[in-house]
Design a protein around this ligand. Structure first.
Ligand code: PRT
Ligand code: ZN
Length: 210
């Protein structure tokens, strides 16, 4: 039996469950239960907050997991990544108030930037040779400029409509992300074989979608 951690409720949940189902794996899913067992594959599913998934897999509480690359890399656990999954595509971008004059990244020198992704942002700014003040906040990042908390933000963007409705303009892409399958680095031989069977099925599902 292998233990898979997926997001309990959020943007990754439905596509994660659909992928498992498309792999021909059946299970009963009740929104009240935090774990369930597949009926025709040696798999147990745990439902967790997405931010907790890399840590659980690193510790071996879960054997494998599905999480956004943005969360995985922010938590410094990219070595757990096994396979990109193609869904939940988004980008981490810097945005400024729409009337702010902005020519290039050097315009952020010394500015205050609000984000929930301080590590990804810091790595990007360092790579560009820019020093800025990073303010880590856990949510509602888009309102930071309008309440005077920051000059710019760095947040996840998908359609871009949240930025527009908050009077912001996307100026720089920091990181591109999609859902990825991650695995504990030291699985037992039996669990590694189950993982390989699952990867084989995922590969077939993804090829059929193309
Ligand atoms: O409760 P839990 O901690 O599990 O969930 P969460 O609220 O932390 O995460 P959730 O469900 O919002 O997102 C899970 C993952 O989905 C993220 O880590 C990304 O990998 C991926 N993803 C894909 C997104 C988006 N698209 C997305 N659009 N995550 C967040 N957003 C938010 C963004 O933060 C912004 O507020 O949507 C808004 C922007 O969307 P657009 O379409 O207006 O640009
Ligand atoms: Zn989260």
């Amino acid at each position: 039996m292998i233990r898979l951690a997926i997001q309990k409720s959020g943007r990754l949940s439905e596509d994660s469950l659909n992928l498992i189902r498309e792999c021909g794996i059946s299970f009963v899913n009740s929104s009240l239960k935090l774990k369930t067992e597949a009926t025709n594959f040696p798999l147990e599913i745990l439902f967790l907050r997405d931010d907790d998934i890399p840590g659980y897999v690193a510790d071996g509480v879960a054997d494998i997991g599905i999480v956004g690359e943005n969360v995985l890399v922010e938590e410094g656990k990219q070595e757990l990544q096994v396979q990109k999954l193609g869904f939940s595509q988004c980008r981490l971008s810097i945005a400024v108030p729409k009337n702010t004059v902005y020519d290039d990244i050097s315009g952020l020198e010394g500015k205050n930037i609000a984000t929930s992704y301080p590590n990804l942002l810091q790595a990007y700014l360092s790579g560009e040779g820019v020093q800025a003040h990073i303010h880590t906040i856990s949510g509602s990042v888009e309102i930071a400029p309008s309440i005077g908390l920051a000059d710019a933000i760095c947040d996840i963007v998908s359609s871009g409509s949240t930025l527009i409705s908050n009077g912001l303009r996307e100026v720089q892409t920091v990181f591109r992300s999609e859902a990825v399958l991650i695995a504990h680095p030291k699985l037992t031989e039996v669990k590694r074989q189950i993982l390989n069977q699952l990867l084989f099925r995922i590969d077939a599902v993804r090829k059929a979608q193309k």
